[in-house]
Design a binder for this molecule. Structure first.
Ligand SMILES: C[S@@+](CC[C@H](N)C(=O)[O-])C[C@H]1O[C@@H](n2cnc3c(N)ncnc32)[C@H](O)[C@@H]1O
Length: 407
């Protein structure tokens, strides 16, 4: 390990965080390590941000909110920034485009590609680009990063091509302009939303499609402009002033009015026999639902509702069947340690909804506990036929295929 930078508190925290990012496998190369140790992250967050938040492994720092208080720009969490730079496989001299500016990530990129490389950072919001350009200048990176204001969905880069494009806003689809902007053998790193579940996927071109070579769990502020994709939300009042909200990225029910009053019905449940140990990751179960469970949605419960009082016994993922819905639940495992997955459900057809969810939990357990692979097939490419065990998600400009290798 390198020595503590300067002995000041920020330098100490940065050095400690670098060690943690290496130990947890997010930093894998000496170039990214050196960049992380060199760039003062605290120079790019609002001045009143506590240093322990700035130098926390998985805390982002919001830099701008919209009129409703929703975060629209942030300095992303350190773990996802370094993981995405690793996914981009940059070298000294690489040309890299960052979509979504803030300054800090661009400074890391400038360190990684060195003086012979090129870093362009584009953001749709002039307030963000002004701030990023000013902070980069103040931190000594002004001449090493080109900052542009534009909607990155469009043709804003002319004929310039890049060895890597790193998208730092949550994308529902891949813009054709990004694919055109990639040099031969180039990498596209993008937090892609697949039916509401996000992964930062490192893609490379291979025979007319993009093949994912790595994936990291992480969420981002949403894409704005031409690439914006709005969820559809339905609030289900509980009759006591609270509500449960169902949010659909795709496949929202045709007649949500069928769900009126559903929370007043008696609740049922079904259990899968599938267990998970404490500390064992099951993030890919959500991705499995996103790919294979029609009617899949996310769930949020207002404080004071029955669900809010039972927060430790469920996860915010559900499924709708007509006038009923079910949501992912857990109970202590009967044998051994950990929890068993199941579904609790409301509505006249809650049993069907719960069974549909439980069947997919069991299918994930039988076939899917391996790491999924991702491909993106742009519209117009010679499409492969996908077997039934591949989840296919249709997008505007292509499709995403998610595969689970056999155990
Ligand atoms: C998480 S922030 C970027 C963080 C930054 N990379 C950093 O250094 O930490 C995401 C940014 O994406 C920008 N953005 C959203 N949609 C965009 C679009 N269509 N084109 C360009 N930028 C966009 C937002 O304005 C926001 O500033």
């Amino acid at each position: 390990m390198m020595a503590v930078d300067g002995g000041d508190q920020a330098g100490e925290l940065r050095a400690r965080l670098a060690d943690e990012l290496i130990a947890r496998g997010y930093i894998r190369s000496t170039r990214v390590e050196a960049a992380f140790r060199a760039v003062p992250r605290h120079a790019f967050v609002p001045a009143d941000t506590p240093l322990d938040v700035t130098y926390h492994v998985d805390r982002s720092v919001v830099t701008k909110r919209d009129e409703n208080g929703v975060a629209v720009s942030s300095v992303s969490a350190a773990y996802i920034q370094v993981a995405m730079i690793e996914q981009a496989e940059l070298r000294p001299g690489s040309r890299v485009l960052e979509i979504g500016s803030g300054g800090y990530n661009a400074a890391l990129l400038a360190e990684v590609v060195g003086p012979g490389g090129r870093v362009v950072s584009v953001d749709i919001d002039p307030e963000v680009t002004d701030r990023a350009a000013g902070l980069l200048e103040a931190a000594g990176y002004g001449g090493r990063v080109t900052v542009i204001t534009a909607d990155a969905q469009g043709e804003v880069f002319g004929r310039e091509s890049f060895d890597a494009i790193i998208v730092t806003a949550g994308a529902w689809d891949l813009a054709p302009a990004w694919l055109r902007g990639l040099a031969v053998g180039g990498r596209l790193v993008v937090p892609l939303r697949m039916n509401g579940v996000s992964r930062s996927i490192g893609f490379r071109w291979e025979m007319g499609r993009l093949v994912g070579t790595s994936a990291v769990v992480g969420g981002f502020v949403p894409m704005q402009g031409a690439g914006e994709h709005l969820d559809r939300e339905f609030r289900l009042p509980d009759g006591r002033g609270g509500a449960v909200t169902l949010r659909f990225d795709d496949g929202a029910p045709d007649d949500p009015a069928l769900l009126d009053g559903v929370l007043a019905s008696e609740r049922g449940e079904a259990w899968s026999g599938v267990t998970v140990g404490h500390g064992e990751s099951f993030a890919d179960l959500y991705l499995w639902f996103a790919g294979f469970l029609p009617g899949f949605c996310k769930l949020a419960a207002d404080e004071g509702t029955e669900l809010a009082q039972e927060r430790k016994s469920w996860f915010p993922f559900g499924v709708v069947r007509g006038d009923s819905f079910a949501y992912l639940s857990v109970r202590p495992a009967l044998e051994g340690r950990g929890v068993e997955f199941g579904a609790r459900a409301y509505g006249a057809h809650g049993g069907e909804a719960a069974t549909a969810m439980v069947e997919q939990i069991q299918a994930w357990d039988e076939r899917g506990r391996t790491e999924p692979g991702f491909e993106y097939w742009p519209t117009g490419s010679a499409l492969a036929r996908f077997p039934d065990d591949v989840a296919v998600l249709h997008k505007t400009h292509g499709l995403v295929a998610i595969t689970w290798p056999a155990c």
